[in-house]
Ligand binder design. Structure first.
Ligand code: N01
Length: 558
């Protein structure tokens, strides 16, 4: 049985829900969302590990498209927890009547472009088949879990879990010896909570990283009122800043202030907590000497908090500039290592050799464990797309075309894959931003683009390969202009997944600048894209068309 509809969206997280709303409720198209999970929420559906909470502040972690929705919804804490975000998305789905067009528990396994008919044939793991004109991948950037291939895992006598596939009924750590591998944003959130419940927690750390206290707290009635009354202002800030957060980056540079003033600024930012620490000076991400001052401040905090000097040294021996890897924020992470039931294993000094039936064996010791928690991150950005067998013109496979790294125009489209759109795809600001703001921008651009095609009798759109090459060069150049390029072992470069090409995947030029570029491209009649009408013999072959230059980076984009 083949279902014929205008548009298919893959994924029912923030991106897929809004995309469905736009395509169906605004453009009047027939549209369906396929969602592998049994309910909506995307990343929040899967990542239910202990301590899962958003690092973006709640007043900016939301959709901004509906003032009414914002007036009806009130977050309870400074950072929304996973369960509250799921309730929020449930409310959104209810308000815009989205559930009726979402197929839950339904994984898209293949998407093949049928060139003569100019349509996409999408098949699911349940054997369902959809024929659609527009295909939108809203699969998320961080939805393919990375479970490292450690020898012996299959022989482990206890239980193991990856944080991104956390059992919905929870895990009982009571009386258990737990080993946690990974100390990125997830591991740093999970460890303090696991340590409180477990008999013993052993944290296996490969790369230490800086972290700033989140300082989460319930929102006061005054703050809630302020949020309600300042919707437009909050929206305007989030849309105009490089990261899509509702705070501005300071105008000053580190060298503009005295060392004493700088120390006071860092101390105030530490007390305030959160990702705003990165916004204390505008040159933190482009000037190594400036960054060193922040990094040194944060390392000094670790040494001040952690009582055991050897553990403190292992936690503070950080090999990359502050925020060159995604900076975590935490609730009592470093304090956790002062507990009697917590041990840190420095894998750089003593690497893991294998998992044994009893636990984890490093070169120097064996750690007996009942539970292993993998907080080992994701095959980010490209992983979720390549998990689907996507084939474009002439049967070309995305897995082949992206063998050396992703090729996109603006992170929105792939050459050779007409009418296929990616929300927050590689080459877009995405993971360097507060995601809902980046998602809204993409979804609205895609919606306007599809409206344009239909208004003008255009059958298909795909990027000009020349524009794609220029965009790829611009993405690289922009990353190289920042200190992000000093952490070549980060997941931004795909370095956490063995065999993955080392390519900087997100766009580091900043969301505000990126938004301007996308608007400009559309205003110029979709410059750099090929707009095609079907003739008697299908779509015309791809020809080159001019793409404009992208303005060089002027300030820090991240
Ligand atoms: O994953 P990560 P994550 N042996 O890749 C280690 C977002 N997020 O899930 O650094 C031993 O950052 C790895 O070590 P190394 C956010 O964008 C958002 O923590 O590769 N260790 C690292 O310590 C974030 O950046 C929020 O040397 C291994 C850790 O595992 C992104 O998700 C919350 C290993 C993985 O860290 C990913 O964060 C959480 C191995 N074989 C996450 N393989 C919120 O806003 C990997 N590691 C709520």
């Amino acid at each position: 049985m083949e279902t014929k509809i205008d548009a298919l969206v893959i994924g029912a997280g923030f991106a897929g829900l809004y995309q469905l709303h736009c395509l169906r409720n605004r453009l009047g198209l027939s549209a369906t969302v396929l969602e592998a999970g049994e309910d909506l929420g995307g990343t929040w559906y899967w990542n239910r590990y202990p301590g899962a909470r958003c690092d973006s502040e709640s007043h900016a972690y939301r959709y901004f498209f509906s003032r009414e929705l914002n007036e009806e919804w009130e977050w309870t804490e400074r950072y929304p927890g996973g369960a509250e975000i799921l309730r929020y998305l449930g409310r959104v789905a209810e308000k815009f009547d989205l559930r009726r067009d979402i197929r839950f528990g339904c994984r898209a396994v293949s998407a093949h472009y049928d060139e003569p008919a100019n349509r996409w044939i999408v098949e699911t793991d349940a054997g369902e088949r959809y024929a659609v004109t527009y295909l939108v991948a809203a699969v998320g950037c961080l939805s393919s879990a990375n479970v490292p291939d450690i020898p012996g895992l299959g022989e482990f006598g206890g239980k193991w879990y990856h944080t991104a596939h956390w059992p919905h009924e929870g895990v009982d750590f009571g009386g258990k010896r737990v080993g946690q591998i990974g100390t990125g944003s997830t591991g740093i959130q999970a460890a303090p909570v696991i340590a409180q419940a477990a008999a013993h927690l052993t944290v296996f750390q490969r790369t230490p990283t800086h972290s700033v206290p989140a300082r989460n707290a319930p929102l006061t009635p005054e703050f809630k009122r302020w949020v309600r009354e300042n919707h437009e202002e909050i929206r305007a800030v989030a849309r105009s800043t490089p990261n899509g957060h509702a705070f501005r980056i300071a105008e000053r540079k580190v060298a503009d202030v005295t060392p004493e003033e700088r120390q006071a600024i860092y101390e105030a930012a530490w007390e305030k907590g959160g990702l705003q620490f990165r916004a204390t000076f505008r040159d933190l991400m482009i000037d190594q000497a400036a960054n060193d001052t922040a990094a040194e401040f944060l390392k000094s905090r670790i040494r001040a908090i952690v009582r055991d000097p050897k553990t403190a040294q292992a936690l503070a021996d950080i090999d990359h500039p502050y925020a060159a890897k995604r900076p975590p924020i935490d609730t009592d992470y470093f304090q956790t290592f002062n507990r009697d039931n917590v041990t840190l294993v420095d894998l750089r000094a003593d690497p893991i050799e294998r998992v044994t039936p009893r636990g984890i064996r490093t070169r120097a010791a064996e750690y007996a464990l009942d539970i292993i928690v993998f907080a080992t991150g994701f095959d980010a950005m490209t992983g979720p797309l390549l998990a689907i067998d996507i084939r474009g013109r002439g049967g070309r496979a995305l897995r082949e075309d992206w063998r050396a790294g992703p090729q996109t125009y603006l992170g929105l489209q792939v050459p050779g894959y007409p009418n296929f759109f990616t929300v927050t795809g590689p080459g877009s600001p995405s993971v360097l931003t507060n995601m809902p703001v980046a998602i809204e921008q993409h979804v609205e651009w895609i919606t306007d683009c599809i409206a344009h095609l239909r208004r003008n009798g255009i059958d298909a759109i795909e990027p000009d390969p020349e524009a794609v090459a220029r965009w790829g060069a611009h993405v690289n150049e922009t990353a190289n202009a920042t200190l992000l390029s000093k952490a070549k072992h980060s997941w931004y470069y795909g370095a956490n997944v063995p065999g993955k090409p080392r390519v900087f995947m997100p766009y580091a030029g900043g969301l505000a600048r990126y938004r301007g570029i996308c608007e400009d491209v559309a205003a110029k009649g979709y410059e750099g894209f090929l707009l095609m009408r079907r003739g008697e013999r299908g779509l015309p072959a791809v020809r080159g068309s001019a793409a404009g230059e992208f303005a060089p980076a002027r300030g820090p984009g991240i």
